[in-house]
Design a protein around this ligand. Structure first.
Ligand code: SPD
Length: 275
């Protein structure tokens, strides 16, 4: 079997990966979920036609979205993951011995079930007694839990359809309200070339909520533009994490140099964002 999966981001931009086998293909209550075996990237999960992760390059995404806020906070105890039903962020969060509870607020139970079946490489983090899955919408949960979480990770798909609200000012307001004092959030925050205006809007919203928001970036070959950025949202400066020890078991993407360099932005984008 030989198929090219093509993700069309805009009428003027597409990217493709070569697929060897389709492992699962179903329309859930919420979205079109596909798991595929690729030629080069191992297994991949695709939601509504958008590549979410592959076994080979997900580490840049999950390590950076999780460890940057976790290291800045120091010894986080309670962590909330919004989305993240594939378990990749959860695996990283649970590396910290300080974590007592990691709540994953995921809308689609099928994403969790199929990921457990196909992503054995994540080591089934759900069996850890500290992991707690809530199959529900994150908005209501955030509303009900002010001041509860040391770290919040918004590990979402792109701002299309039901995920659009997770990129709104209101979501950021609720997420910051759900943080403990000095807590930190990191959110999936799209691609500087393609999503400049959205990122600027989010940064402006974050500036009204916290003292030290900042944008950072990771290389992910299977995402549009070859990478994706994250919004760090906290009163605690991200630089505080540069002196913190990494948790055990990290040897794939983040290191002290990558951690620091991720916040260096290309000049066209730095000017757009920070003026
Ligand atoms: N453009 C694709 C962005 C996908 C981000 N979500 C990834 C989920 C991995 N846990």
């Amino acid at each position: 079997m030989s198929i090219w999966f093509t993700e069309e981001l805009h009428p003027y931009y597409r990217k493709g990966i070569h697929i060897k086998k389709i492992l699962a293909d179903e329309q859930t209550q919420f979205q079109h979920v596909q798991f595929v075996e690729t030629e080069f990237f191992g297994k991949a999960m695709i939601l509504d036609g958008i590549i979410q992760l592959t076994e080979r390059d997900n580490m840049g995404y999950h390590e950076m979205i999780v460890h940057v806020p976790m290291l800045a906070v120091g010894k986080p105890k309670r962590v909330l993951i919004v989305g993240g039903g594939d378990g990749g962020s959860l695996q990283q969060v649970l590396r910290y011995p300080s974590v007592e509870e990691a709540v994953v607020c995921e809308l689609d139970q099928r994403v969790v079930d199929l990921s457990r079946e196909h992503f054995a490489s994540f080591g089934d983090p759900w069996v850890d007694p500290r992991a707690k899955l809530l199959v529900r919408d994150a908005f209501g949960f955030l509303e009900e839990n002010p001041g509860q979480f040391d770290v919040i990770i918004s590990d979402t798909t792109d701002p299309i359809g039901m995920a659009e609200r997770l990129f709104s000012d209101e979501f950021y307001r609720l997420a910051v309200r759900a943080l403990t004092p000095g807590g930190a959030a990191a959110t999936q925050c799209e691609q500087p070339f393609f999503d400049t205006d959205l990122i600027k809007t989010i940064y402006q919203a974050a500036r009204k909520l916290v003292r030290n928001p900042a944008y950072y970036y990771a290389n992910i070959p299977t995402y549009p533009g070859g990478g994706i950025g994250f919004m760090y949202v906290s009163d605690t400066p991200w630089e505080k994490g540069l002196n913190a020890p990494f948790p055990p078991g990290l040897n794939n993407y983040i290191n002290p140099e990558v951690h620091k360099a991720a916040f260096a932005l290309p000049e066209f984008f730095r000017k757009e964002l920070y003026g």
